[in-house]
Design a protein around this ligand. Structure first.
Ligand SMILES: [Zn+2]
Length: 100
């Protein structure tokens, strides 16, 4: 998938359309180890009963997708504020188009 390195986009800080630099970021926020789900998980895996859900390796649908959804960071050239945008498309690899 090819994308331009720069694009004109609306900047919420400048409140107008400015030139933005696009860069790819790894999506997903790192959550703390003690979220409610993590606490529930540790409680469930203790004692009888075992693993609360089937292991993903055994599931036939595990690893079925070879691409990932892409998150892009738009950095405003005027005020250097960057906004994250999670794209709706999937791609294996992002290539940057050469400047013309
Ligand atoms: Zn700006």
């Amino acid at each position: 998938m090819k994308l331009p390195k720069e694009t004109n986009r609306y900047c919420p800080k400048c409140k107008k359309v400015t030139s933005h630099k696009i860069s790819q970021v790894k999506g997903g926020r790192k959550r703390g180890a003690l979220t409610h789900g993590a606490r529930r998980f540790t409680r469930k895996t203790q004692g009888y009963g075992g693993f609360p859900r089937p292991k993903p390796e055994k599931s036939s649908r595990f690893g079925i997708k070879t691409t990932k959804k892409i998150a892009l960071m738009y950095t405003c050239k005027a005020c250097k504020k960057s906004t994250l945008k999670k794209s709706g498309f999937r791609a294996k690899k992002i290539e940057w188009e050469a400047k013309e």
